[in-house]
Design a protein around this ligand. Structure first.
Ligand SMILES: Nc1ncnc2c1ncn2[C@@H]1O[C@H](COP(=O)(O)OP(=O)(O)OP(=O)(O)O)[C@@H](O)[C@H]1O
Ligand code: SF4
Ligand SMILES: [Mg+2]
Length: 336
């Protein structure tokens, strides 16, 4: 595969809460390559947004990055650790190298600021003149299939949800970053709008060749957009691999449960399986495999021994004691 742009190594972070430390990100490692789309999937509360916010160091003051390295490689080959950047260095870095469309940002656009002023403010903070910012923005608005001049002059409330989502995407690309983090970018819009945003995103990616970290709890969307899928559970990446491998040959019982729970046209609602119980307490997580209390394949070993990391076919990484059973079960479902 192409060059690694972002290498996340053994990253852990926690929030300080009244009862103790909420271990929201636990020993997470992965590489994001140039032009790659990596989708992170998992249930609500598994740590997807916390991971993203850690990557760009936008955490609340109650949060602490416990350990890890975030190695980023610039276009000119220079490498830096995001965790070591000064406050000023980080300000310069964000938007120009990594930008983010935050979860819920659709409704958080400041209603009294025109889109043009948002463009100018973002550009100015990174040394772009007004004329340069305007030119870039109009070009990007056109690329995301908006009427450039109308949108440029508009206030957010004058635009539909789908249009605002495209504006956010264009703003995230204003400084031509190498990586865009998108946290649930399509959850707040209807299904047709979702579809057209995904089409626009694919087109943009082809043209501008940036990498995407795409956060979603919707497997169908993740499968459509991603090259690589990572399954997150209780703050950990429990499985990661090429999209085809993870969907057709998963090896983690939690990924299998997510696939069984995902709606498909080919099966009726009665054949869908929900995952029993709820995600574990991240202050005092269970011993062994953190999924064992909810896992239908769990055996004694799962309750007391952390499953080792195993790598298959070079790039499919999994931590599950019973990965062979998982793979067999999924293949039987696909063949039936
Ligand atoms: N500011 C905070 N202080 C304390 N705990 C927090 C804070 N933000 C998140 N958490 C906890 O950290 C864990 C991970 O939350 P996070 O928001 O990262 O999950 P998520 O996967 O993004 O969920 P969702 O799909 O609902 O957006 C949860 O247990 C959550 O309650
Ligand atoms: S290690 Fe055991 S409990 Fe954990 S996912 Fe695999 S089978 Fe289930
Ligand atoms: Mg979230």
């Amino acid at each position: 595969m192409s060059n690694v742009v972002l290498s996340v190594k053994n990253l852990s972070m926690s929030y300080l809460a009244a009862r103790g430390r909420v271990r929201a990100v636990n020993n997470v490692s992965f590489d994001l390559h140039a032009g790659e789309t990596l989708a992170i999937i998992g249930e609500s509360g598994c740590g997807k947004s916390s991971l993203n916010l850690t990557l760009i160091r936008q955490l609340p003051t109650s949060a602490k990055i416990e350990s890890g390295q975030l190695l980023y490689t610039k276009r000119d080959g220079q490498q830096l650790d995001i965790l070591q950047l000064s406050k000023k260095g980080l300000q310069k870095f964000l938007w120009s190298e990594i930008s983010m469309v935050f979860q819920g940002a659709l409704n958080a656009l400041n209603p009294v600021i025109r889109i043009s002023d948002m463009v100018y403010d973002t550009g100015k903070a990174h040394g772009l003149s007004k004329a340069e910012s305007r030119k870039q923005a109009l070009d990007l608005f056109e690329k995301v299939r908006l009427d450039p001049m109308r949108v440029f002059r508009a206030y957010p409330h004058e635009l539909s949800g789908g249009m605002r989502q495209r504006v956010l995407l264009a703003l995230a690309l204003l400084l031509r970053p190498q990586v865009v983090i998108m946290d649930e970018p399509t959850t707040a819009v209807d299904i047709l709008t979702q579809r057209s945003i995904l089409e626009v995103l694919k087109e943009l990616r082809r043209e501008l060749n940036f990498s995407i970290l795409f956060i979603s709890h919707d497997l169908a969307i993740a499968a459509e957009i991603a090259d690589t899928i990572a399954t997150m559970y209780a703050g950990e990446i429990v499985e990661i691999g090429p999209v085809y491998e993870v969907f057709y040959h998963p090896r983690h019982a939690y990924t299998l449960s997510l696939l069984d729970a995902a709606p498909r046209l080919s099966v009726g609602a009665e054949e869908l399986h929900s995952i029993p119980g709820s995600p574990p307490d991240l202050i005092e997580p269970p011993a062994g495999c953190k999924f064992h209390e909810r896992c239908r394949l769990a055996t004694d070993i799962c309750a007391h021994t952390v499953p080792p990391i195993e790598i298959f076919n070079g790039n499919h990484r999994v931590s599950c004691h019973h990965h062979q059973i998982v793979r067999k079960e999924r293949e039987e479902v696909i063949q039936s």
